[in-house]
Design a protein around this ligand. Structure first.
Ligand SMILES: Nc1ncnc2c1ncn2[C@@H]1O[C@H](COP(=O)(O)OP(=O)(O)OP(=O)(O)O)[C@@H](O)[C@H]1O
Length: 259
């Protein structure tokens, strides 16, 4: 293991992910490649933007890192420990994933925000302070706290789901298209809050985002996935954003044409 590897908070080594499809004839496991030979490492406090065309494997990569699914082969290390050796409850405290469609599980917004902190045994006062802090940071008004999921718009639900993940104070935060339902002002405000979080708490953030202007504003490093392969892993200063924009538009038009 080299020095850089030991400093990495997250490290993927030659990770492959295949879909598990059982061949009816033989009963053997066969699979279609979703992610192929993915290796990269992320340092504490890094902000990683993940881009790629529809179906490139972005969400699968986040689900792998959160261990909702496991690699078919290859290794994932979190703070230098192979992540299957970390008890799942501990892993969930280190790594939090916010998917695009998050659910409040029948609770009000206030209950849903407090619930993970109650599970962690925090005092009522600490819970109240954290909820107040993060709802203020994300411009979530008090009147939402009594509402249930069906009384929120998609963008409001998205903000609540993000607030809930921030309350837990994870070391590694995974966000899948967190700005997709937000208006331009709310999206840019969220990006500023995330940048501040990474700077003040050294939180490591990996964010899938198709809006390149937001990715550019946000990231210290960019990963570009193309058909399950990691085609680009660059620091922000090395990225040719115009070239990247063209490549992504071309891939999108190709998809539209094939569709
Ligand atoms: N459980 C599964 N079983 C079979 N195939 C899957 C499964 N999950 C994902 N896939 C396939 O893996 C590929 C990558 O999917 P993924 O959702 O990771 O892509 P994505 O880059 O996040 O796409 P999008 O931008 O549309 O969200 C797609 O071709 C998808 O159809």
């Amino acid at each position: 293991m080299n020095n850089a590897a030991t400093r990495a908070t997250l490290r993927l080594e030659q990770v492959n992910l295949l879909t598990k499809l059982k061949s009816q004839a033989s009963g053997n496991q066969q699979g279609c490649p979703i992610l192929q030979d993915i290796s990269f490492e992320v340092l504490q406090g890094d902000r990683i933007a993940i881009v790629g065309a529809v179906g490139a494997g972005k969400t699968s990569l986040l689900r792998l890192i959160n261990r909702l699914i496991e690699p078919t082969s290859g290794k994932i290390y979190i703070e230098n420990q192979e992540y299957r050796q970390i008890p799942i409850i501990q892993l969930r405290q280190i790594v939090t994933l916010v998917l695009q469609e998050s659910k409040l599980l029948g609770m009000t917004v206030g209950q849903a925000l407090a619930y993970p902190l109650i599970l962690r045994g925090l005092s009522k006062q600490v819970i109240e302070e954290r909820v107040n802090y993060w709802t203020e940071q994300l411009h979530i008004p008090n009147e939402w706290l009594g509402r249930t999921e069906v009384q929120l718009s998609a963008g409001q639900r998205q903000l609540v789901a993000i607030a809930r993940s921030l309350l837990i104070q994870p070391k590694i935060l995974l966000l899948d298209e967190p700005t997709s339902a937000l208006d331009a002002g709310a999206a840019s405000h969220l990006i500023q809050v995330l940048i501040q979080l990474s700077q003040t708490h050294q939180t490591t953030i990996l964010m899938v985002n198709q809006q390149l202007d937001l990715a550019q504003m946000f990231c210290t490093r960019l990963l570009h996935l193309q058909q399950g392969h990691l085609s680009t892993n660059q620091r922000v200063s090395e990225i040719n954003w115009d070239e990247l924009r063209k490549t992504l538009i071309q891939a999108q038009s190709q998809d539209d044409f094939e569709f």
